[in-house]
Design a protein around this ligand. Structure first.
Ligand SMILES: Cc1cc2nc3c(=O)[nH]c(=O)nc-3n(C[C@H](O)[C@H](O)[C@H](O)COP(=O)(O)O)c2cc1C
Length: 255
């Protein structure tokens, strides 16, 4: 089994591992988060299984993650699309990921929407996935394992239905681009790990805002805590989205 994830700040990866390792502790991990990801295309046979976990951005799947995912193809290979969101909503993201996987040779046998700490507004879903999530996601994995066993022994699974509108919500990015403060010592960690190469390796105190996808990875990985985003803009977003984000959402399984 393969566990592929696009996880700039780590929440998506944690959720993917809870489900994926419960299904197969020996699964091979594929990191889709860097420009070098899946340098060689990967073609999976009918006997393999692919779990793909992607964070929700504006109710959608980040385009760069879908682009990288196209380098992995299947042959009616069972797949488990997983979307991870920051306790607002996942809108059309699960449907979008499932549809993309089906266009490249996969058959979705289960879909999961679950919650991780909001990577911009960290006051929402703080510390998630937590123990309660872990418990529920492990239960989901047991049900997925049963279905995989049935598929392996020849049962043709009925197509799954997931939440989402096929006319996907438009996404135009968010107006929050991290910048380097004076504490930046140009160590280059952020430049090396930026998923889209928006930070020049030869001048890491700069950001190419036209490339930046506002994923917040540079802030999460900076050893000097030198990368910042406007506190005022974040505070305003927290206030604006309070109603949509404050009450706890629970993981969902579509099977
Ligand atoms: C640009 C951007 C847009 C986001 N949009 C949404 C959203 O529409 N709904 C939501 O609930 N969370 C949203 N989030 C929160 C992330 O989906 C969530 O924190 C996710 O776990 C981040 O994954 P990571 O920790 O692997 O980077 C957004 C985060 C970012 C950076």
């Amino acid at each position: 089994m393969y566990i592929a994830h696009f996880s700039p700040t780590g929440g998506t990866r944690r959720a993917a591992e809870i489900i994926g390792r419960a299904l197969d502790p020996q699964a091979t991990e594929i990191d889709l988060s860097t420009p070098k990801s899946v340098a060689t295309p990967l073609d999976l046979s009918h006997d393999e299984v692919l779990l793909v976990a992607i964070p929700v951005y504006g109710g959608r799947v980040p385009a760069i993650a879908l682009e990288r995912l196209k380098r992995i193809t299947g042959h009616d290979t069972p797949a488990i699309p997983v979307v991870v969101y920051g306790n607002r909503d996942y809108d059309d993201a699960l449907l979008e990921l499932k549809t993309a996987l089906e266009a490249t040779g996969f058959r979705s046998i289960a879909g999961v929407a679950c919650i991780a700490e909001h990577s911009i507004m960290r006051v929402y879903a703080t510390g998630r996935p937590d123990e309660a999530d872990k418990h529920l996601l492990t239960q989901f994995a047991a049900r997925i394992a049963d279905k995989l066993d049935a598929v392996k022994s020849g049962t043709v699974p009925a197509p799954i239905e997931v939440k989402g509108n096929p006319q996907y919500k438009p996404y135009n990015g968010v107006p929050l681009k991290p910048h380097a403060s004076r504490a930046c010592n140009r160590c280059g960690t952020c430049a090396a790990l930026c998923p889209v190469g928006a930070i020049p390796l030869d001048n890491p105190s700069k950001t190419d805002t036209s490339k930046c996808i506002s994923c917040m990875r540079c802030i999460a990985v900076c050893p000097q805590q030198a990368r910042k985003v406007s506190k005022l803009k974040v505070a305003l977003s927290i206030r604006m989205l309070k109603k949509a984000c404050e009450s706890r959402k629970e993981p969902e399984l579509f099977i």
